[in-house]
Design a protein around this ligand. Structure first.
Ligand code: ADP
Ligand code: MG
Length: 200
């Protein structure tokens, strides 16, 4: 193999783990905007949206973060600030929302079922669609996985419509949310309720 190929390969290897933007900069090439905005989440990394508007929602969400952290084969990586928002497609008191980032070796449906068990333990009831709830745990993103299955649709089919998902998600995984996506949900009346560490 010619020496210059070997040098090129060594350089390419050294660059591999870096972000697309960093690679583009060091190679002095321009990436198209779409490539810069491309959501990049490691294959084992999951963004979980937490929400609730019944009972002491802050306490329930805090308990839920701790329960998620204790799931088998799952490591809590980051928790966003806590946000307050008016019900959208729902009713009842204002919502509290946050996003947690975890890495997991669980299979997707196993994590979904574990999250549903946590919802149930928090007194979640489903009297009708979009009813007020003590706790809602949605899987927003799972690496680059895409799924059309009704039981687990990925990315979550309504995440881009919801400021209460995009804002906290942008805190813990900024590479997954573009400025245009944030702009599109402006004016949804979401406000910061408590900064990081609210769940401890
Ligand atoms: P909501 O849509 O208000 O969150 P539920 O929490 O009751 O309502 O969830 C309804 C159904 O959505 C669940 O039975 C679940 O199987 C399905 N579902 C599909 N995709 C997802 C996802 N990405 N995260 C969580 N639940 C999902
Ligand atoms: Mg849900």
């Amino acid at each position: 193999m010619p020496a210059r190929w070997i040098r090129w390969l060594a350089r390419a290897r050294a660059l591999r783990p870096r972000s697309a933007a960093a690679v583009a900069e060091s190679l002095q090439v321009d990436l198209p905007p779409a490539a810069m905005n491309k959501p990049v989440l490691a294959a084992d990394t999951v963004a979980i949206g937490l929400g609730g508007n019944l009972g002491d929602a802050r306490q329930t969400l805090s308990w839920a973060v701790k329960a998620i952290a204790q799931l088998p084969q799952t490591q809590l990586q980051a928790v966003s600030s806590l946000y307050g928002s008016k019900p959208i497609d729902s009713s009842g008191p204002d919502y509290l929302n946050a996003v947690a980032l975890v890495t997991t070796q669980l299979a997707p449906l196993d994590l979904l079922h574990a999250l549903q068990a946590i919802e149930l333990a928090a007194g979640r009831e489903r009297p009708y669609r979009n009813a007020p709830r003590t706790l809602d745990l949605d899987i927003e993103l799972w690496g680059q996985l895409q799924s059309d299955a009704a039981e687990l649709t990925l990315p979550h089919p309504r995440m881009l419509e919801r400021a209460f998902v995009l804002l906290p998600l942008a805190e813990v995984a900024p590479q997954c949310v573009s400025a245009d996506q944030l702009q599109a949900v402006r004016g949804q009346g979401i406000e910061l309720s408590q900064g990081s560490g609210w769940w401890l």
